[in-house]
Design a protein. Structure first.
Length: 185
């Protein structure tokens, strides 16, 4: 190291009055909290995307006929079972626990399709995912006129960990829902 560099470093050390240390002590905890917030909100956003994808997968699976080669009509319970199984598979693939899903509060309300029996209350055998069909949904391809379809909805819990804030250990429920028109045989 040259004499000039050594003198420069010694001069910088000698001129430090401690203000930088006080500023760092004030700013670093705030920066740490901001980084933690970004991380936890990013996690929540990732889970939100995964559960919405699961709801769309469930609605698509539930809209397809249960058995196209079988004789006789497919039942509402068969469509609902397809939807619930697809949601559970998508949640498992996203490394989320399907047993943590719960009915949406409040439950979505749809009009029943005219001329179709079956009702549109939550018909799944699974106690945590609401599958409603046949329901009248808005179809943008038909100018907003209602089409017959299926609705899948549920909530998934997420717990924040942000110390020194009101969100610390706060459990929130993220909502997921999807509606798809029913396929015809």
């Amino acid at each position: 190291m040259t004499n000039f560099a050594r003198n420069m470093i010694l001069r910088l050390i000698a001129e430090t009055t401690g203000a930088e240390i006080a500023e760092a002590a004030a700013v670093l905890p705030l920066m740490f909290m901001i980084l933690l917030g970004i991380f936890w909100f990013g996690q929540a956003f990732s889970i939100y995307g995964a559960i919405n994808r699961a709801a769309h997968d469930g609605a698509r699976a539930g809209s397809a006929p249960y058995c196209v080669t079988c004789t006789g009509p497919n039942t509402v319970a068969q469509y609902a079972t397809n939807a619930v199984n697809a949601v559970n598979n998508a949640l498992t693939q996203s490394q989320l626990d399907p047993t943590k899903a719960r009915y949406p509060v409040p439950q979505p309300v749809f009009n029943t399709c005219p001329g179709i029996t079956g009702g549109n209350a939550c018909v799944s055998g699974n106690a945590n995912i609401c599958v409603e069909l046949p329901v009248q949904i808005s179809d943008p391809n038909k100018g907003g006129v209602g089409a017959c379809g299926i609705s899948v909805a549920f909530q998934y819990p997420y717990q924040f960990w942000l110390p020194f804030t009101g969100l610390n250990n706060q459990k929130i429920y993220l909502n997921a829902s999807a509606q798809v028109g029913m396929e015809r045989q």
